[in-house]
Ligand binder design. Structure first.
Ligand code: NDP
Length: 414
């Protein structure tokens, strides 16, 4: 397969390295990004450590004509978009124009509004069908691997699924007072927005990080998970048959929440322009400039991520709960590809998806697909080989109802 990877940040670098580790499949690898220096650093590492040549270039993926020219030059079978969600539609437009398959790990988000919704990308359905090409959406870890855990459970473990709780814990320590594990701007936009979950066909809205649960995570122990909205809820509530409720939980340490709330209180997470010294600046973009790049956290990062899906449903008339999860070690991923585990868990699934496309095992036909609509079995087999082994175990019960609410919201109830 001839692959074009756009975005040479923390996660895109992992994709480039993992593709190079599968040189039998990826006969040509091209890495392009806004800053060509980051592509060149990966090119050098890949040559020195793996003995593989990749080609690189600079591209501004917001500019459709520039991406079209790059695709026409590289002639890839697949474009893997590892840039930011803001670029999704422009890269999809370039894929349409050049009739090239597309894959990403995060849904489109307009830069001036923190809204993670699939409708902008689902609207490409007919055009992708007419062009005879596939767009595979959300093939990272969450979304991505977590969606596939759900479709695997639907196919192999249940007659019908009723409840899903996606639980995401990074119990790692990067030694910094405050940093985000993926792009700071995208991360803070996600975490500071209102929460919501889906129940009985409707969205139930919450305040930001209003509810929490103390969850016992494999390999890392009990951590406090906060209920927030995450984009895979939107497609899974449509694609998992019989589903009655789906929620998403992410752990944050007290120090992270305190920093985030202070930043929010002083206006540093605002996404609208403000005047500063006679110039317009967007506070969250300025904050991104000050915070460490996620790729820079990898060295010395200790601890593990522990992410999975607790799924309750019915099998042979009996109610069952299964938990499917992965544990990933920051130090091990650093040793393998000089990346921390959050970038690694984001980069291995799209590499795996691309391998399945190359082998003809993921071939749903032209159109726009979320990953849970594709066959989970070959993915589950391949992703374990590529570095993300998973476990599945039965639990006595699911995660239960919302009972724990942060004290700061208490006065609203009274
Ligand atoms: P980074 O900020 O480390 O990397 C993003 C890269 O995209 C940077 O190298 C940046 O270039 C490049 N880029 C930005 N704008 C453009 C543009 N207009 N044209 C070309 N390149 C551009 O972020 P991450 O690697 O952490 O995240 C990458 C993607 O992965 C994001 O979409 C994120 O939402 C997604 N993600 C998905 C997860 C999942 O599990 N599904 C988890 C974590 C992340 P420059 O270096 O010049 O700034």
């Amino acid at each position: 397969m001839n692959v074009l990877i756009i975005g040479a940040g923390a996660a895109g670098s992992v994709v480039a390295k993992k593709c190079a580790m599968n040189k039998d499949i990826f006969t040509n690898i091209h890495l392009a990004s806004r800053s060509v220096s980051k592509c060149k650093a990966n090119q050098k590492w890949i040559k020195e450590r793996l003995g593989v040549d990749i080609s690189v270039s600079a591209v501004d993926a917001d500019n459709v004509a520039e991406t079209v020219a790059l695709i026409n030059q590289v002639k890839p079978d697949l474009v893997i978009n590892m840039a930011l969600p803001y670029q999704d539609l422009a890269i999809m437009d370039a894929c349409l124009e050049t009739k090239t398959h597309y894959m990403d790990t995060a849904n489109y988000e307009p830069i001036d509004e923190a809204k993670f919704e699939y409708h902008w990308q689902w609207a490409y359905q007919e055009r992708f069908k007419e062009a005879g090409i596939m767009a595979i959406l959300g093939c990272g870890f969450d979304p991505g691997q977590t969606n596939i855990y759900c479709s695997y459970a639907q196919k192999n473990l249940f007659d019908e699924i009723h409840e899903i709780d996606i639980i995401d814990c990074n119990a790692g320590d990067h030694g910094k007072a405050f940093a985000t594990n993926f792009n700071p701007e995208i991360n803070l936009r996600e975490v500071t927005q209102n929460g919501k979950y889906w129940e009985n066909g409707e969205w139930v809205h919450t305040e930001p990080l209003e509810f929490y649960k103390d969850i016992d995570f494999p390999a890392v122990g009990e951590k406090r998970g906060y209920l927030l909205y995450h984009e895979e809820l939107e497609s899974l509530c449509q694609n998992i048959k019989g589903l009655k409720r789906i929620r998403f939980w992410m752990t944050f340490g007290d120090a992270y929440i305190t920093h985030m709330e202070v930043l929010q209180n002083v206006g540093m997470t605002r996404i609208d322009p403000v005047m500063h010294d006679g110039k317009e600046i967007v506070p969250i973009q300025f904050l991104k400039t000050l915070l460490p790049e996620p790729s820079s956290l990898a060295e010395g990062y200790t601890g593990k991520t522990s992410i999975g899906c607790i799924i309750t449903g019915v099998k042979d008339d009996e109610t069952k709960t299964h938990f499917i999860y992965n544990v990933c070690d920051h130090a091990k991923t650093h040793k393998e590809v000089e990346a921390q585990a959050v970038s690694y868990t984001t980069g291995v699934p799209p590499t795996t998806g691309a391998i399945l496309i190359a082998k003809g095992l993921w071939n749903p036909g032209p159109g726009v697909w979320n990953v849970e609509q594709l066959d989970p079995d070959p993915f589950m087999e391949e992703v374990a080989k590529q570095g993300l082994p998973w476990e599945s175990k039965e639990l006595p019960e699911g995660l239960g109802d919302l009972t724990q609410r942060r004290a700061k919201y208490d006065k609203k109830v009274a």
